[in-house]
Design a protein around this ligand. Structure first.
Ligand code: C2E
Ligand code: CA
Ligand code: CA
Length: 715
């Protein structure tokens, strides 16, 4: 029958069933695809013949549901599904069923056409699974195990293994889910070579190696015994190559009988080699990126990002156990100096050595990181405050061992701040911040020391931060004001020598903030210069205004910060301020402190010289409190000394204060300097100073610092 021959010749499997769903006909294509002769299936249910271990369990239900929902006498169903041949060989097929329905008046029975799509499907399944695994960041061994398992599912006669080949040419098992673990362990670290089993040889030759009989092939001489009990009789291994074609692994098929691979195996391996190469290369790129992203290149220590994530886990762990921990913030002392004077290479040596010393003392459960520059942190798990202090002392001691840097002996030192978990903070950010604060405290107390964090410390830091923000705003809004305090002649206390301009800050919420509080903040926050320029301008403006209103104010004294003298243009800025308001240099007195006088920076000296050239008068403030080095006085063009109020206030009670004051007055007199006594509050002080020839006085006795209009009234 030509029709039957035509059907038999078809590559598709064709199956006819009767109304009882029993097979009444299969064509030659069916036999070729599944291995069953017609008489093995005739009269049976197709599902009894073709469903196997991994077939879709819902297949029949789906077919019935689909066919039934169509109301006509004919129903059609189409799906791609996994079926099994006679030898258990899995076959992906595209299945089309045309069913005629008896209950809807049809003759009953069906025609099914099955097309083999194993190759495309296999490709698709493997690729999807492995790529999905990559997307989900499965670790490489898991990903490779998955690939082996998929292969073994598609070809149950195969045992698949994947080995990695490292840069030294050593093998490392990545996946061998169906081989005994003892074999994998024994293979780990074996060198590739010209006679190193199928895999070692394939990697060595960078070409596939087919060993059809392990028992007799000389390539296996070194491995035969290891595999003796495994039941493996043949092994075909192919190199996995990276994008440059270099072998980075091997992919092997083992068989339980002596044989060579067939076409399906070839195709499977082709697909897998590609995926394995992708996965292995991706993994090593990942590792390199990880190294770059999470480790400090110089010291090899974890960086801040890695430290944070590991520390978070460590803290969660401590929390669970209810145990304390300690965060040590370690900062090198004078590191910048080494870098600046001996160069960056020296700095690098120092940092690497310190990193080594810090790491040596650590226990396995402790964490360490280099945060930046010369900052390191340690997280000590299960560590009490006492132990943390002990550890900090040990670290200080370890770091302070002499070390040779590019031919010079150097003794590194560090300061350490400690914050305790959970008392000083229960997140890594809080602990870092608090340990940092404590470290700064340690530095300012005295270097080479350690300091525990305290809540008081934190409160001060917070307060300071908000003070700084508010001050910045006040400066921007120009809401600071100046008060002026009269300075009077001793000989005639009603006569003005000048006024001192003093900054006042009336904060909308906090009220009057004393300059002793906000001036140091302005200094630290880098705002002092802006403040100085503003007060200079404002004092000049005020003096000019008084003069044009007919008030006789001889001069105004302004307080200058030492920091402004670090700016090369400072002397010029002062002149500019005077010029803006039409004043002369003799109209202002520039008050500086002893720290300016002691400052050896060339820029400071240049500013002082420039001011002297312009004929400005300098006044030395708070004399007697600082270095009080009289020997410096004649070196700089100082025209006035302000005797600190501490002296003035001791005059009536302390003979020493009186003796010192007498000598200061006489030295100043002989150097041609004016002395202004500050903080004169009583007539007793006034009389004594007057009797001993102090020419100018300033203090509450004569007038407090007053707003400009009250100064006018005072006049
Ligand atoms: P200073 O320059 O020594 O200013 C004198 C301080 O003594 C002023 O305090 C003044 O109010 C106070 N004083 C004056 N007479 C008496 C007295 O008889 N008894 C007592 N107990 N105190 C008296 P103030 O205004 O609080 O300023 C404190 C410090 O803040 C100043 O000390 C100065 O170092 C700094 N400062 C104030 N204004 C400025 C400024 O505009 N710029 C800079 N750089 N510093 C300023
Ligand atoms: Ca002053
Ligand atoms: Ca003073």
């Amino acid at each position: 029958m030509p029709l039957r021959r035509a059907l038999d010749a078809s590559d598709n499997a064709i199956v006819l069933t009767d109304s009882d769903k029993r097979v009444v006909y299969v064509n030659g294509g069916f036999t070729r695809l599944f291995g069953y002769e017609p008489d093995e299936v005739l009269g049976k249910l197709l599902s009894d013949v073709l469903l196997g271990p991994y077939a879709n369990p819902d297949l029949l239900t789906n077919i019935r549901a689909d066919v039934l929902t169509q109301g006509q006498t004919q129903g059609q169903f189409h799906t791609d599904t996994l079926l099994y041949g006679k030898t258990g060989q899995p076959r992906w097929v595209s299945l089309v069923i045309n069913a005629s329905k008896e209950d809807a008046g049809g003759p009953g029975g069906s025609i099914s056409i099955l097309t083999d799509i194993t190759l495309t499907k296999m490709h698709e399944v493997l690729q999807t699974r492995v790529l999905e695994g990559m997307v989900n960041e499965l670790p490489l061994p898991e990903l490779m195990t998955l690939a082996c398992r998929e292969v073994e599912r598609i070809a149950p006669e195969v045992t698949a293994t994947i080995l990695a080949v490292d840069a030294q040419g050593l093998l490392h098992p990545l996946a061998a889910p169906s081989l005994p673990a003892t074999i994998s362990r024994a293979l780990d670290g074996q060198p590739i070579g010209p006679k190193a089993g199928s895999c070692g040889t394939a990697a060595f030759r960078n070409a596939p190696v087919v060993v059809t009989d392990i028992a007799s092939d000389p390539l296996w001489d070194g491995y035969r015994d290891l595999f003796a009990d495994s039941g493996m009789r043949a092994c075909w291994s192919s190199p996995i190559r990276d994008h440059r074609g270099q072998p980075i692994g091997t992919f092997a098929f083992y068989f339980r009988e002596p044989r060579a691979p067939d076409a399906l195996h070839q195709r499977l391996v082709e697909v897998c080699l590609h995926l394995c190469a992708l996965a292995i290369e991706r993994d090593s790129t990942h590792q390199r990126i990880h190294q770059l992203a999470f480790f400090d290149v110089l010291t090899g220590l974890p960086n801040r990002a890695l430290f944070r994530s590991s520390a978070e886990r460590a803290l969660a762990d401590l929390q669970k156990k209810g145990r304390p921990g300690a965060l040590l913030f370690v900062d090198l002392d004078r590191f910048k100096q080494v870098n600046d004077t001996q160069g960056h290479a020296a700095g690098d040596v120092l940092l690497s050595e310190v990193a080594k010393r810090l790491t040596q003392g650590l226990r396995a459960r402790d964490l360490i990181a280099r945060l930046s520059g010369d900052e390191f942190v340690l997280l000590l798990s299960e560590c009490t405050t006492e132990q943390a202090v002990q550890s900090a002392h040990r670290v200080l001691h370890d770091i302070a061992q002499p070390l040779d840097i590019l031919g010079q002996t150097h003794v590194p030192h560090a300061s350490i701040g400690i914050a305790m978990f959970p008392n000083d903070g229960d997140t890594i950010d809080t602990l870092l911040r608090h340990a940092d604060q404590a470290m700064h405290q340690a530095k300012s107390d005295h270097r080479h020391s350690m300091q525990l964090f305290s809540a008081e410390m934190n409160r001060r830091v917070q307060e300071r931060a908000s003070l700084e923000r508010a001050l910045q705003q006040a400066l921007a809004e120009r809401s600071l004001t100046l008060h002026y305090q009269p300075q009077v002649l001793s000989s005639s206390p009603g006569t003005l020598h000048g006024v001192e301009a003093l900054a006042r800050w009336n904060h909308p919420q906090w009220g009057m903030v004393p300059p002793s509080q906000f001036i140091p903040v302005a200094e630290d926050a880098g705002l002092i210069h802006e403040l100085t320029l503003w007060l200079l301008d404002e004092a000049c403006r005020q003096l000019a205004a008084w003069r044009s209103a007919g008030h006789d104010v001889p001069c105004v004294a302004v307080n200058l910060s030492g920091r402004s003298f670090h700016r090369p243009e400072f002397a010029q800025e002062i002149s500019d301020a005077l010029e803006r308001h039409g004043l002369r240099t003799s109209d202002v007195l520039l008050e500086i402190t002893e720290s300016v006088m002691m400052d050896a920076r060339p820029v400071t000296l240049q500013n002082i010289k420039a001011l002297h050239h312009k004929d400005f008068k300098l006044s030395l403030d708070d004399f007697g409190t600082g270095y009080s080095s009289l020997s410096y006085l004649h070196r700089l063009p100082i025209s006035e000394l302000k005797l600190d109020m501490a002296f003035v206030q001791d005059l009536t009670t302390s003979a020493t204060a009186r003796a010192l004051t007498v000598s200061v007055l006489s030295i100043a007199h002989s150097l041609g300097m004016v002395v202004v006594a500050e903080g004169v509050e009583t007539t007793g002080q006034q009389q004594w100073l007057q009797a001993h020839g102090c020419p100018v006085m300033q203090g509450y006795l004569f007038g407090k610092p007053l707003p400009p209009d009250e100064i006018e009234a005072w006049l």
